[in-house]
Design a protein around this ligand. Structure first.
Ligand SMILES: Cc1cc2nc3c(=O)[nH]c(=O)nc-3n(C[C@H](O)[C@H](O)[C@H](O)COP(=O)(O)OP(=O)(O)OC[C@H]3O[C@@H](n4cnc5c(N)ncnc54)[C@H](O)[C@@H]3O)c2cc1C
Length: 464
């Protein structure tokens, strides 16, 4: 079994296959081009922000530990070609440059996603950072440590952008988030995104919406007089059509796209979002000996019935388990997703599951929406915090289509109740009878999600 990509999906697959088949039954070789395997990119914002002390804490299992379990994990080794008819992979040792072919009976493609990096003037200047890998996180921390100025610009206001805004704020930076969208968090409807915007304002984070970055402006790096031939250039500002925003450091969080360069060259099937297409057992469609999972594949959205690219660690780990079971000779399937995601900026929690209004419209669904204001605990209980819940339900059938929640402590994970209801195909009326736990420290007697379900039930009835 050959695995390309040594992080969440790839190493989960390798580990699960190894659990099912010993080294005498199944030889496992894994290629990873970076310096880290089995790491949590999800933890990078909290490492940069100082909540997590050291990069090693973000590594679930070291290469040595994988090797002790009988997985031949080859670090700093990049797969450069898949020969599908010949069932072999060409890989390059990035230290020595040496290349060799490795034969396979079973191939796992787990190459993840690559960050979008528009070809703008100045984008490669010192001081401009991505946050995709632990090496990226380390490079950003090194820059922050040597900075004299305290102005940071984050480009992009998706969940990575807002999490990085929090991290930089915690490190004492003046933070500006430059966002192309109407509101931060395009994964929410704009009315819910506005709540995030207001909260970010309250935290002292400046958010500039509707601003397309046109170039990164650079200037002399006075902090590096040792550069031969004089001072070099480094980032000084981010230019947009809305104006220029001074920056001593820039963090890019503009999104990712599936890393399917090798798969495309090998002629494997890709979907409209550029991700690999698989069947329910995570086998690449039409190929019974090739599996793919994680950020490099498209997933079935159970609510809309469409294929989507939703690059999340929670899916990548599950895909890995399923691939490992299949490649290890067992059987498991991945049914699809309902689009659940949670994040936070300081004490503001943000959650969504199911469809946004525009996503429901795009697939021809007609729906009602309701928005309720409630609290995280009984109103009289100390520290009860406000929470806004928005719910979409299909007209006529009353089927739950989506939920978005913005609030303080205890808000985000409430979305899981809605994720279960979506997975079960429940109507909002059925949801109102859910036997959810209640005590004053945990919720009002009617949980905010149930209040929204009641209101949505009434709205469906009114809409006819
Ligand atoms: C800052 C940040 C925060 C995040 N927070 C969350 C979160 O809170 N919740 C959540 O669910 N998800 C989160 N994610 C997303 C999550 O990290 C990814 O969905 C997950 O890592 C995907 O796992 P993967 O194995 O598919 O891909 P990756 O983690 O990208 O791993 C792919 C690996 O393949 C290697 N590779 C690629 N091509 C080759 C090749 N040709 N040869 C050899 N090696 C190759 C890469 O070096 C990489 O290590 C976050 C991501 C980032 C960047």
């Amino acid at each position: 079994m050959v695995v390309i990509g040594g992080d969440a999906a790839g190493m989960s697959a390798a580990s699960q296959a190894r659990r099912l088949r010993g080294p005498e039954e199944l030889e496992i070789v894994a290629f990873e081009r970076s310096h880290s395997a089995s790491y949590s990119a999800c933890g990078i914002p909290y490492w940069v922000g100082g909540d997590v002390g050291h990069r090693d804490e973000l590594v679930a299992r070291t290469p040595q530990e994988h090797r002790r379990r009988g997985i031949d994990l080859r670090m700093r080794t990049e797969a450069v070609e898949i020969d599908v008819p010949g069932r072999r992979v060409r890989a390059r040792d990035l230290e020595s440059g040496a290349e060799s072919w490795t034969d396979y009976d079973k191939l796992v493609i787990a190459t993840g996603a690559r960050p979008v990096r528009p070809r703008l003037p100045g984008i490669d200047a010192p001081g401009v950072h991505g946050v995709q890998t632990l090496d990226d996180g380390q490079a950003l921390l090194d820059t922050l440590a040597g900075l004299e100025g305290r102005r940071a610009v984050v480009v992009g206001a998706g969940y990575i952008g807002v999490e990085m805004a929090e991290a930089l704020l915690k490190r004492g930076f003046d933070v500006t988030v430059v966002n192309r969208g109407e509101q931060p968090m395009a994964t929410l409807d704009p009315d819910m995104g506005r709540l995030v915007h207001e909260a970010m304002d309250g935290l002292g984070i400046t958010t500039v919406n509707g601003a397309e970055v046109t170039k990164i402006l650079t200037g002399p790096d006075t902090g590096s007089p040792d550069v031969p031939g004089g001072t070099r250039e480094r980032v000084r500002a981010v230019a947009t059509e809305e104006g220029e925003f001074p920056a001593d450091v820039v963090v890019l969080g503009i999104g990712v796209e599936p890393e399917t360069t090798l798969a495309r060259a090998a002629g494997l099937p890709l979907g409209t979002h550029g991700g690999l297409l698989t069947d329910l057992s995570m086998r690449v469609r039409g190929y019974d000996h090739i599996w793919a999972g994680g950020d490099c594949v498209e997933v079935l959205d159970l609510v809309s019935g469409r294929e989507r690219h939703i690059p999340l660690g929670t899916h990548a780990n599950k895909h890995g388990q399923i691939i490992g079971a299949g490649a290890g000779g067992g059987y498991a399937t991945f049914p699809g997703v309902v689009g659940t995601a949670v994040s936070k900026v300081c004490d503001l929690e943000i959650a969504r599951t199911g469809l946004l209004e525009k996503e429901a419209l795009a697939v021809g669904l007609r729906f009602v929406t309701v928005t309720v204001e409630s609290t995280s605990r009984a109103g009289y209980y100390p520290d009860a915090a406000p929470m806004t819940v928005k719910m979409l339900a299909e007209r006529r059938t009353g089927r739950l289509l989506g939920v978005q929640i913005v609030g303080r402590e205890g808000a985000a994970k409430r979305v899981d109740v809605a994720a279960v209801a979506l997975t079960a195909g429940m109507t909002v009326e059925r949801m109102t009878a859910l036997d959810l736990g209640y005590a004053p420290p945990f919720s009002p007697v009617w949980d905010p999600v149930l209040v929204a379900a009641r209101k949505a039930t009434a709205a469906v009835a009114r809409a006819g």
